[in-house]
Design a binder for this molecule. Sequence first.
Ligand SMILES: Nc1ncnc2c1ncn2[C@@H]1O[C@H](COP(=O)(O)OP(=O)(O)OP(=O)(O)O)[C@@H](O)[C@H]1O
Ligand SMILES: [Mg+2]
Length: 353
Amino acid sequence: MSYLTLNSIKKKYSDLAVIRTISLSIEQGEFVVFVGPSGCGKSTLLRLIAGLEDLDAGSITLDGQDITNVASSKRDMAMVFQSYALYPHMTVANNLSFALRQAGLPKTEIKRKIDKVAATLELTPYLERKPGVLSGGQRQRVAIGRAIVRNPKAFLFDEPLSNLDAALRVDMRLEIARLHRNLGATTIYVTHDQVEAMTLADKVVVLNRGVIEQAGAPVDLYENPKNLFVAKFIGTPRMSFIPSRVVSVNELSTTLESEQGASITLGPTPLAPNDYIQIGIRPEHLILDNPENADHQGDIELVEKLGSDTFCYIDSQLGRLTARLPGNVRVNPGETVGLHLKDKSLHIFKEHR
Ligand SMILES: Nc1ncnc2c1ncn2[C@@H]1O[C@H](COP(=O)(O)OP(=O)(O)OP(=O)(O)O)[C@@H](O)[C@H]1O
Ligand SMILES: [Mg+2]
């Protein structure tokens, strides 16, 4: 049995089904990231796991025990929210030790634990300060430290870094990765940030309207999205899509027509004439060439130079496409370019939404 399992859990708020049957297995030490559009149920799912909300149906087990009806305070999980409230009148040391003092631990043991966690999070110089004079990142580390000292069975993070500025976010992301490597604690982490999801997760869970669309290793989701929703959700800039109709299929090739009327020839596919599909292509797989050398042509509408990469947004008879080029490439809006679609790197979705 897995360390943490959700078995067909459901949750409604009045008549709104927020979690519509979710099953998920999480291994001990695994770092699981929940992603999905706003309102899809990520926080609700976390709160159900923490026991802050009751399930309508299903069960949850943790470390071999059915915790479905166990009170939140007895579940031995630590939750860190986006808006972590530290006690402003208490020093960092007292903020960190609050739960341990409540639990009645001996003073010497509390001190040992606090010193250890402060060292791990590089908070030792600040132990006697109050939160008001700490930076955002230091406060965030205190909030995480408060969770760590309890030595919980699982950590639940709900967008813990979203209040921080970009540079601090990157620092804290690396810190969380380091912490997870050192502690090996089972962690569930909600974020809207693609980079956090891709870099921190052992397993990414893509949620949509209260169901799991796909769960798997980040690279697997990126390379093999199961459906259009996941394909659209994972990756920035996102995958481009060419809505098309299958014209004919034979043993050697498939001929399609794009919505804008371009003829597209692919290798053999299991498609049937008149299937409406979406051809998906990641920006790094769209190959640009001289217009006369390629089957398809398009006009560059917009160029984004990020230093390391250049993203070109192209208007073509295949539709709007995004290409990722090296940082130093010279391309300009208004240029006409040739486009190659390489069969191997294309994704075919038999969905037309
Ligand atoms: N206590 C509640 N009572 C009624 N409806 C709620 C309650 N909590 C959440 N909801 C609704 O449940 C749905 C899911 O909310 P939830 O907070 O889980 O979304 P989320 O995925 O965390 O979104 P976000 O990314 O914006 O934080 C939303 O439609 C929300 O309005
Ligand atoms: Mg939320």
